[in-house]
Design a protein around this ligand. Structure first.
Ligand SMILES: [Fe+2]
Ligand SMILES: [Fe+2]
Length: 163
């Protein structure tokens, strides 16, 4: 019979998923910043790269609270989202629509992070780990703010993409 699993196991597994995703994102953001044509978009992606380093450190603190080693677990969802983003970089290279495409991929990444952090925060609270919930909430707030900033940037970028 399968070993009994609890919310604790689900929390730990999902933490590994987002830890893997954040480290993958950290490697991908410089590529997106280099490709971006708008100086504002470039700066915004670079700023989020620095934030991502801090987010990874917070996740390491959450692993510590759990008494577990910080360890990632392959996240197929982020692999797929990033692969689609890379496809846009290739297919729209040198075109007026490139930045609009970069923003769309970046927002897909943010939304994935937001759904994971929203869930993890709620689970941490249920499990009575308020310190972990607070750390996760800080990441969640940064992702939400980044998503909003990208929406604002999109207003300008999309107009020039429309040609
Ligand atoms: Fe992140
Ligand atoms: Fe993010």
């Amino acid at each position: 019979m399968a070993k009994e699993k609890t919310l604790n196991d689900l929390f730990h597994d999902t933490l590994k998923d987002i830890y893997y995703a954040e480290r993958k994102i950290l490697k991908t953001l410089p590529k997106m910043a280099r490709a971006a044509q708008s100086a504002e978009l470039k700066a915004s992606i670079e700023k989020h790269k620095d934030q991502t380093e801090g987010q990874i450190e917070r996740l390491q603190q959450v692993f510590e609270i759990l008494g577990k080693r910080a360890q990632g677990k392959t996240c197929d969802a982020i692999e797929g989202i990033i692969a689609e983003g890379e496809e846009i970089l290739e297919e729209y290279k040198g075109t007026a629509a490139l930045d609009a495409g970069i923003i769309s991929s970046a927002q897909a990444v943010e939304h994935y992070e937001i759904t994971r952090y929203g869930t993890l925060k709620r689970w941490a609270e249920t499990l009575g780990m308020q310190d972990a919930a607070d750390l996760i909430d800080q990441n969640l707030q940064e992702e939400s703010q980044t998503d909003e900033d990208l929406s604002t940037l999109a207003d300008t970028v999309n107009k020039s993409a429309a040609g």
